[in-house]
Write a protein that binds this ligand. Sequence first.
Ligand code: PGA
Length: 251
Amino acid sequence: MSRRPLLAANWKMFKTVSESKDYIDIFCELIKDVTDRDILIAPSFVCLPEMVSMLQGTNVQVGAQNMYFEEKGAFTGEVSGPMLLDIGVKTVILGHSERRHIFKEDDELINKKIVAALGYGITPIFCIGETLQERENGQTGDVLKRQLHVGLQGVAAVENVIVAYEPVWAIGTGKTATLEQIEDAHVLVRKEIAQLAGEDIAQSVRILYGGSVKPANVKDIMTLEDVDGALVGGASLEPESFSKIVRFEQN
Ligand code: PGA
């Protein structure tokens, strides 16, 4: 089954609204002719409305970096699914390792967010990945399985989830996992999804790789059978760099 590639930018806590506008002006020119792959940018919450309106009718989608599972209420500092939908955002990154490690989100909380997002018709980009210590202890497989099983508990429509495998030790460190490590992890993830949701769904779910993806390595990574896209942090912050990633040549 052929899965449409997705190149997604995670801007993290970078770029003001005016900086994001300048970026979009340049970026859209660089990639306007690209039609055979999906492109998504996830800026900070404050940039979302402006970005959605600037990118309307273009080949670039807009996603959020987080979402709370409750619909509304006394949850200071949080943003809900209906709030995202209201401004036209239909994709959200959930369970990013920075949310897990800095903001102490656990598998159960991430599961609630995934279930809530799907309930609103918002596509979650569900991030999983092992720490360096877990890899060195030989726990990578167990960690990925646990994150998938708990994260997808009670999810009926696994086909609507995008998974991102991001080894924590490769994020923002310049250390990319080897091609073999990436493919092994992606194969394992697809097998687990097959167990949870059946082989057909597992074959249709897109699994992105994230962790120091850059113009120089994206082509090799995208050549791997089970890699369907990339989630890019640092190298997505300059339009020229992200456009080169988006335009990687398919074999
Ligand atoms: P990086 O970040 O590309 O800077 O390693 C990836 C991510 O955190 O999604």
